[in-house]
Design a protein around this ligand. Structure first.
Ligand SMILES: NC(=O)c1ccc[n+]([C@@H]2O[C@H](COP(=O)([O-])OP(=O)(O)OC[C@H]3O[C@@H](n4cnc5c(N)ncnc54)[C@H](OP(=O)(O)O)[C@@H]3O)[C@@H](O)[C@H]2O)c1
Length: 334
């Protein structure tokens, strides 16, 4: 049995602009006891995701903010170490929402049991989890890519973007990634099989993007906003679709970003639609079937960026907001 101390990372204060380590505090407490119908989960993997920046802020959003002094929220993969729920046995591995802590009590309703023989269990937080589902549903439901079209996606080496481009390839499209730096761009083309990848930090980014999209862009999967969005916009073809998934470059901005040219939305009859992954909850079974086959068959690859130790979660999360992660960012808790 491991030491029965529950380390928790709390939101200590709300950031103004970019968050810092001072916004987090580490607390050591006792391990909670599961009540009737509950299970106690030992966290093995913690997922760090961009949406957590929104939860640190009190601004109105689609989900409630974390209260100051409360444990940071987050997706986790863990092991059942005590169970008072007949559907879960000690030793079961499950994906849930345990937060930034060593142990969490769960009711069982938000937990999904995993089969460690089917895929590494950490993928339930990445390609086979919420980010993969975001890519699958956003691209197929809103982007509606057709064979021969060009699909562009930023943060292309990351958890969502990497899957978007690989599904675009499976659907017969030209996949063009945008990523920060030559190493990420090389990985996106050589390992993930995108047709091209352009470095948004390169001096001639706009010209390189135009050259990589000779037939324009039919689907722009929006992950970042800001300067990347402005470079993409003039390349959109008539009737292009823009699934608006995320705007990470703006999450810590203190002034609003200049908007896209809405006149071109009209003239080109563009379809833009914002979405939250769980709008498509009804497609989860399709997602798990298709992605299970694609990942298992090697048609979709994934890359994980693993940080050791719960105590390193705050610094790793700050790096995520600056592009320091390379692949799906996970914390190996135990
Ligand atoms: N709508 C939904 O339901 C939903 C669900 C999941 C995720 N999302 C969104 O999807 C996007 C990607 O999330 P993810 O989990 O896959 O993260 P990720 O791509 O694994 O990591 C974040 C990446 O964003 C890029 N980035 C950070 N700051 C940037 C900036 N200022 N300008 C341009 N790029 C920047 C960096 O990549 P580079 O170094 O390559 O630029 C960084 O590695 C985020 O916007 C997230 O909020 C939305």
């Amino acid at each position: 049995m491991v030491a029965r101390v529950n380390r928790q990372i709390l939101l200590k204060s709300r950031p103004e602009g970019a968050p810092s380590l001072d916004n987090f505090a580490l607390k050591q407490g006792s391990v909670p006891e599961p009540g009737d119908g509950e299970v106690l989960m030992r966290t093995h993997w913690l997922s760090l995701d961009p949406y957590m920046r929104g939860r640190m802020s009190a601004a109105k959003s689609y989900a409630k903010p974390v209260e100051v002094g409360a444990t940071m929220v987050g997706g986790t993969v863990g092991e059942v170490v005590a169970s008072r729920n007949p559907n879960f046995a000690v030793g079961d591995i499950a994906v849930g929402y345990g937060g930034w802590q060593d142990y969490a009590v769960a009711s069982g309703s938000g937990l999904r049991k995993l089969n460690p023989a089917a895929a590494p269990v950490s993928t339930a937080l990445g390609a086979l989890g919420m980010p993969g589902m975001t890519a699958y549903a956003g691209l197929l439901e809103i982007g509606r890519p057709k064979s021969g079209e060009t699909v562009a996606v930023a943060a292309a080496s990351g958890a969502v973007g990497s899957v978007v481009g690989q599904i675009a390839k499976i659907k017969g499209c030209r996949a063009v990634g945008i990523a920060g730096g030559p190493d990420k761009c090389r990985f996106v083309v050589e390992e993930l099989g995108f047709d091209a990848c352009v470095d948004h930090r390169a001096g001639d980014f706009v010209g390189q993007l135009e050259a990589a999209c000779p037939a324009g862009i039919d689907v722009y999967f929006e992950n970042v906003g800001g300067a990347v969005q402005q470079a993409v916009w003039p390349l959109l073809n008539d009737f292009a679709r823009v699934p608006v998934c995320g705007l990470i470059s703006q999450y810590s901005a203190t002034t609003p970003m200049p908007g896209p040219d809405m006149f071109s939305v009209l003239r080109k009859r563009l379809a833009l639609r914002g979405f939250i992954v769980w709008d498509f909850a009804a497609r989860q079974a399709d997602f798990l079937r298709d992605m299970g086959e694609w990942v298992g068959g090697g048609h979709v690859k994934y890359r994980e960026d693993v940080v050791e130790g719960l105590e390193n979660a705050p610094a790793a999360f700050l790096g995520l907001l600056q592009g320091k992660n390379f692949g799906k960012l996970l914390v190996k808790v135990e």
